[in-house]
Design a protein around this ligand. Structure first.
Ligand SMILES: Cc1cc2nc3c(=O)[nH]c(=O)nc-3n(C[C@H](O)[C@H](O)[C@H](O)COP(=O)(O)OP(=O)(O)OC[C@H]3O[C@@H](n4cnc5c(N)ncnc54)[C@H](O)[C@@H]3O)c2cc1C
Length: 405
């Protein structure tokens, strides 16, 4: 017999959307269970960006001071390297927020912090190593999830299942929700290389004909995202790792003394990029948020921000009704009404950059002029505030509802 558990809300997925939603709902007095299939948050395949809007939320929650004690690096600007020229793309220093920077912090530190705060609440439960395998349904209504954890099979019944299980969401598939796929011209090869004191200090992007590389500074090492044409991984990986090492050094000569640390293809992971969005984000008893509702491209490094903003909007719109047992199906649609526009506009911009810039950079075999947008940002620094707002705050930033249960 499976173990049975009951909660007002079962959140599937302990990523930025799920953990933040679980925390905020529990903070508002809702009895919440969050399940996360991994044993910890220590995974590489996440962005490391904590946006000014998220830092503002931390302030609103009274957690900013403690949060900023965690090791992080402040990026006041974001730049792109094209050949020998460096272009500042976004300047956060004039944002109307308390923290005028993006904090680069391993995402597991952020998630550990949120989980730690949430666990202080008596009505919050987090089950790690627990994977949802399907939905429990009763007369067309979702009434919980079926899951497997260290103790075996479980059935978690809930008034609401919050699907925050990311871009390969099993919950949205089980719910039969229709997905609109917008495609992406690229995938990412993801690898780590040692960092030396003499290396550049900042996280940055490097663009050259046929190549785009993102370098994320993670203290002792660089997390490197090597952008390749969609579906091109197999051809690259069927060649010798030595040829790939040479390509890396071609793009980033300062890595020549340690590129040998890449022993074989086992050291290089493939991250597939997808951009899609659900037509309808909910069904009676179930609501999708974050990448489960709208899978974001890595372009601009904004997916985490959107995921967190979805979580805040969800808590603001439904926590009280969920707590008092008065949640109606229409209330779930209100979350989509609030958050669809930011997701739609951001994805549209990502698709524009993917299709107009990234596709042509990857196809180029000769040096090219910097794109017009980069040149304009270079000539008119005031324009850098536009990408700063889009990256740092996003479209329609949310604020924590101060009321607590
Ligand atoms: C290569 C790449 C780089 C990126 N870099 C950035 C960046 O720098 N900055 C940025 O803002 N965004 C970035 N993004 C986008 C960002 O990763 C996502 O938009 C963001 O993580 C979405 O958060 P989420 O909580 O919705 O989903 P996720 O972060 O995917 O979290 C989902 C969670 O659900 C868990 N889960 C999945 N299935 C189950 C299940 N069945 N049962 C239980 N748990 C389950 C997963 O283990 C995971 O912990 C990047 C994306 C890609 C592809």
């Amino acid at each position: 017999m499976p173990q049975t558990i009951a909660a007002r809300c079962c959140v599937v997925g302990g990523g930025p959307a799920g953990l933040m939603a679980g925390f905020l709902l529990a903070r508002a007095g809702v009895d919440v269970v969050v399940i996360e299939k991994h044993a910890d948050f220590l995974r590489d395949f996440r962005g490391d960006t904590i946006h000014p809007s998220t830092l503002q939320l931390m302030f609103e929650l009274g957690l900013l001071h403690d949060f900023l004690k965690l090791p992080h690096r402040k990026a006041f600007q974001i730049s792109a390297q094209l050949g020998n020229r460096k272009f500042v793309v976004a300047d956060f220093r004039r944002l109307p927020t308390l923290c005028k920077f993006v904090a680069f912090m391993p995402q597991w530190d952020f998630l550990d912090f949120i989980a730690g705060e949430a666990k202080k609440l008596p009505n919050f439960r987090l089950f790690m190593k627990t994977a949802a395998s399907g939905l429990l349904e009763d007369q067309g209504r979702v009434v919980g999830v079926r899951a497997a954890g260290p103790e075996g099979e479980m059935e978690i019944s809930a008034d609401l299942v919050l699907a925050a299980d990311g871009r390969t969401s099993r919950m949205r598939e089980a719910a039969g929700l229709e997905v609109e796929d917008f495609g992406a011209p690229m995938d990412v090869l993801w690898l780590e290389l040692r960092r030396e004191a003499s290396d550049p200090e900042e996280t940055f992007g490097s663009i050259a004909p046929g190549r785009m590389v993102a370098m994320i500074e993670r203290g002792a090492y660089w997390q490197i995202g090597f952008v390749i044409p969609k579906g091109g991984a197999q051809a690259i990986r069927s060649g010798p790792i030595g040829a790939f090492r040479d390509t890396i050094v071609d793009c980033l000569p300062f890595l020549a003394d340690r590129v040998e640390d890449l022993r074989d293809w086992e050291d290089v992971s493939l991250l597939t990029v997808q951009v899609d969005r659900l037509k309808v984000w909910s069904r009676p008893g179930l609501l999708c948020i974050g990448d489960a509702a709208h899978a974001m491209s890595p372009v601009g490094g904004v997916g985490i921000n959107l995921a967190i903003q979805d979580a805040v909007a969800t808590a603001n719109l439904i926590a009280e009704k969920l707590r008092t047992g008065s949640l109606r199906d229409e209330d779930l649609a209100a979350v989509q009404r609030r958050r669809e526009l930011p997701a739609r506009l951001t994805q549209r911009l990502q698709l524009f950059i993917q299709n107009r810039v990234i596709r042509s950079v990857l196809a180029a075999d000769a040096p090219f002029e910097p794109p017009l947008a980069l040149r304009l940002l270079d000539i008119f620094p005031v324009l850098r505030q536009i990408p700063a707002r889009l990256i740092g705050l996003g479209v329609r930033p949310e604020h924590v509802n101060s009321s607590r249960g």
